[in-house]
Design a protein around this ligand. Structure first.
Ligand code: ATP
Length: 322
């Protein structure tokens, strides 16, 4: 394989740049030419390709976001769009691609690989940590640290005013960010989509805290919690416990940006390097993950079909410590 490409797709996550850098530098060291595809699958369809040498990825390891930018591309969901993408890759002489993204990105790569004989290898780039076959995804560690720092700040003002804060963190289908940031910031309760009994538990906690006259409370809720997110929860609490002065904070996209943590940079670099080695070794249509410090090769089909399960040990911690 003489020419390979790398792109970022779906939601951006801190550490994507470290991964791009690793792909480029490993590719070059192993004798391949590397090009970047800008704006995800959209750039593939539009032939928005940029040559990347070692210098082009210098000074980006510490930056959040992605120098290649990212996009959600409706056209790639259609056979015509994928045909255009394939033609552009062939025209540019690209023989293999490293995709950095989440399950949508790998679904696209999987569909593409069923239609065309073309090698894709993926690295898990999403703050959600919901992909099966890797302990951590690129972006997750930074996102939980950002959320934790924000909740620490909210704790100061909650204590100062004796207020109850509901802090909504990202996670439409997965509660990983809520769980870890909630445990680490000493939240009084954590509500996640994977658990349906946590609202009842929360109401019990608030009853207990009300009896103790503990009015400053932090409740962390994942945006996809089945109760309907922070505002719905605030309504329930105001109705049941008018004594609490209840406030809502939505952390939102602040969790997506920022300088990647040290672990993030190392993980992203390792997965990027291993992705290129795998591609040049002839592996295809697999996501490169890391489980217990070992590199894993998970077929896209499996990575997208299964979701990472919440660690029961973390749920127990919430139960015991909150
Ligand atoms: P995140 O987890 O951060 O949202 P993601 O990779 O899951 O990242 P998506 O927007 O779901 O983000 O997917 C990225 C892109 O992958 C889509 O914009 C689309 O171009 C492509 N894609 C997703 N699903 C399919 C599909 N079923 N068929 C073809 N392409 C798809």
């Amino acid at each position: 394989m003489k020419k390979i490409a790398v792109f970022t797709s779906g939601g951006d996550s801190p550490g994507m740049n470290a991964c791009i850098r690793a792909v480029v530098r490993t590719g070059i060291k192993m004798g391949a030419e590397v090009v970047g595809i800008r704006c995800g699958y959209e750039g593939m369809i539009e032939a928005d390709f940029v040559p990347l040498d070692s210098q082009a990825v210098s000074g980006i390891i510490q930056q959040g976001g992605t120098i290649l930018q990212t996009a959600r591309c409706a056209r790639f969901r259609t056979p015509e769009g994928r045909r255009m993408a394939y033609d552009q890759l062939m025209k540019a002489g690209i023989e293999g691609v490293v995709a950095i993204g989440g399950d949508g990105t790998f679904t696209g790569a999987h569909v593409f690989s069923q239609e065309y004989d073309f090698p894709f290898v993926g690295t898990p780039g999403t703050i959600d940590n919901d992909l099966f076959g890797t302990d951590y995804t690129i972006g997750y560690d930074t996102a939980i640290n950002t959320a934790m720092a924000a909740i620490d700040n909210i704790r100061d003002t909650a204590n100062a005013h004796n207020r109850l804060f509901i802090v909504e963190v990202m996670g439409r289908d997965a509660g990983f960010i809520a769980l870890r940031s909630g445990i680490a910031s000493g939240a009084e309760a954590v509500l996640i989509p994977e658990s349906t009994s946590d609202t009842q538990h929360l109401l019990e906690i608030l009853s207990r805290n009300e009896a103790m006259r503990k009015r400053a409370n932090i409740i962390v809720v994942a945006e996809g919690d089945e109760e309907g997110g922070a505002f719905q929860l605030a309504k329930t609490i105001r109705e049941r416990f008018p004594i609490f002065e209840t406030k809502v904070t939505i952390l939102g996209h602040v969790q997506r940006g920022g300088r990647p943590t040290c672990s993030e940079r190392v993980l992203a670099s390792r997965l990027g390097m291993e992705a290129v080695k795998a591609l040049l070794d002839g592996r295809r249509n697999v996501m490169i993950g890391q489980v217990h410090k070992d590199i894993t090769y998970i077929p896209f089909e499996q990575a997208i079909k299964h979701h990472q399960r919440v660690n029961p040990g973390l749920l127990e911690m919430v139960e015991m410590l909150c």
